[in-house]
Design a protein around this ligand. Structure first.
Ligand SMILES: Cc1ncc(COP(=O)(O)O)c(C=O)c1O
Length: 487
């Protein structure tokens, strides 16, 4: 067994006074059947130990599926990915028989990688529940248990006390925006950081700072963009953003419903802002009565505390926080002062029963395991990534030419990110070359994606619950081969 899986014991969180499993999942005969399935799973998984190419006999059928898939979607996917529905931790098997290192985890969703025994167990238990979807009007105890853990963890270091669950990050963000707007009597403007990403609804596509994502959309939300922290400028970066923020507040007094911020930017390039920068701008917002909403949909769980706002020490400032991805169920958390009026938040269903069971298990393991702190599992993974990346940069400088940033300056570092949001910038951060690299890497057996808006970076969101730090070695061996092959 992967030693990283030998985590400390985990306490099942029940909604207070309610059982955490459906009655059938407590039946001894059913339990024995579940145990048997899990034993078979473990036996079959042992055959997946590293990346392997696809079976040539399956290549034609696989190509036909992919082209039909692209036809139905009306556009090609970035990679020819059709999963077989099976894997072993960070290794995923595709329908062509190939096995790949999944360093993307569904863009940060599959914290336990593929076919994790604990997650399969939770999914089997959820299948014994009476219904597939949980609603806001009628729901089972799992919904309360997930909200309970999120609020308990958040409230240790912030004033967040309420949790409204939804089935996508984007919808959690829509709810957060509604809450902020209602609190500010419909203030029409939003403040956001340059290069932010917030999801794909019409409103979130407009606030998110990528031109292509709002191309052709009616622009009906007023956004004032602020520069994110620039490490090359240090304290001057803080001064510049504070000055820009004060200017926009003076220009539009009482017109802002919120400052929404990813304090670790995801799609924008795994950019990290230090505590000092954040508290200065948050204090300006507080002084002006502008609500602070932190979008942790990508960063949740991945820094050295469960919430990035705890890692960066800004819990006291937050009014609203959104989480998603590895939580399986998405949520908007808010303080008592931001609890909106009746009728503002609702929806037919909030997520599937299996998402709640798996989300609850995930949160319990994160809470009770050894993930956090400077010596935690996430810090160790980050260090292992850096060690492998530094070795590659030192040995193969030809793959790491100077990276010129948006201001025409050479970036001092080609390795970056925080915790389990890791980035590497080969090929000068060139968009086309990095796009081509991710495709070659996919063929060679490693799944990644790019991030950033120029320069571009190779983005790693490894499955933190099952990745052994030593597994970065085969991943980097493939990366080196792919860089050679790309030429
Ligand atoms: C920071 C951030 N906010 C919001 C979203 C949207 O979440 P979803 O794709 O689940 O709607 C994402 C997704 O990548 C994200 O990274």
């Amino acid at each position: 067994m992967n030693p990283m899986c030998a985590a400390p014991s985990v306490t099942r969180t029940a909604a207070p006074g309610l059982p955490h499993l459906p009655p059938l999942a407590r039946n001894p005969k059913v339990r024995a059947a579940i145990d048997q399935i899990l034993a078979e799973l473990t036996r079959e998984q042992s055959s997946l130990t590293g990346a392997i190419p696809g079976d040539p006999n399956k290549a034609a059928a696989y190509a036909a599926w992919m082209s039909r898939n692209n036809e139905l979607r009306g556009r090609p996917t970035i990679y020819p990915y059709v999963g077989a529905g099976f894997g072993n931790g960070p290794l995923v098997q595709l329908a062509d028989g190939s096995v790949k290192w999944d360093m993307l985890s569904g863009i940060g969703v599959h914290m336990f990688g593929h076919s994790d025994r604990r997650m399969v167990e939770a999914a089997l238990e959820s299948a014994l529940s009476d219904v597939c979807q949980q609603g806001h009007l009628q729901h089972n105890a799992d919904v309360l248990a997930v909200s309970e853990i999120l609020v308990a963890e958040a409230s240790r270091v912030s004033r967040l006390r309420h949790c409204f669950v939804t089935n996508s990050g984007c919808m959690a963000n829509e709810n957060a925006l509604k809450i902020c707007q209602q609190k500010t009597q419909g203030a029409p403007r939003v403040i956001a950081f340059n290069d932010c990403f917030m999801g794909r609804s019409t409103t979130m596509s407009q606030i998110g700072d990528t031109a292509a994502y709002r191309q052709g959309l009616t622009q009906n939300i007023l956004v004032d963009y602020m520069p994110f922290y620039d490490p090359a400028l240090g304290e001057r970066s803080t001064e510049a953003t504070v000055a820009a923020l004060k200017a926009v507040i003076a220009r539009y007094p009482k017109q802002h419903s919120c400052f929404v911020m990813e304090i670790v930017q995801g799609e924008g390039g795994f950019n990290v802002a230090p505590h000092e920068f954040l508290v200065e701008i948050m204090q300006v917002c507080k002084d002006a009565g502008i609500p602070i909403w932190i979008d942790e949909i990508q960063s949740f769980g991945r820094t050295e505390s469960m919430f990035a706002f705890e890692t960066l020490g800004v819990g006291a400032y937050v009014d609203v926080v959104t989480v998603g991805k590895l939580t399986q169920v998405c949520a908007c958390l808010f303080t008592p002062e931001f609890n909106p009026g009746a009728g503002l938040l609702a929806g037919t269903f909030s997520s599937t029963t299996s998402a709640y069971h798996i989300g609850r298990r995930t949160l319990e393991i994160l809470r009770d395991g050894d993930y956090y702190g400077p010596a935690g599992r996430i810090a160790k993974l980050h260090q292992a990534f850096r060690t492998c990346a530094e070795d590659l940069v030192r040995r193969r400088p030809e793959f790491f030419p100077a990276v010129i940033d948006a201001h025409g300056r050479a970036m001092p570092r080609v390795i970056g990110g925080i915790g389990a949001m890791m980035r590497l910038t080969p090929l000068g951060g060139n968009k086309e070359r990095l796009g081509a690299l991710t495709k070659v890497l996919f063929e060679d057996g490693v799944i990644t994606l790019t991030c950033g808006h120029g320069p571009y970076h190779l983005r790693f969101l490894p499955p933190i619950g099952v990745m052994d730090p030593a597994q970065f070695q085969p991943v980097f061996a493939i990366l080196e081969k792919s860089l050679e092959r790309l030429g």
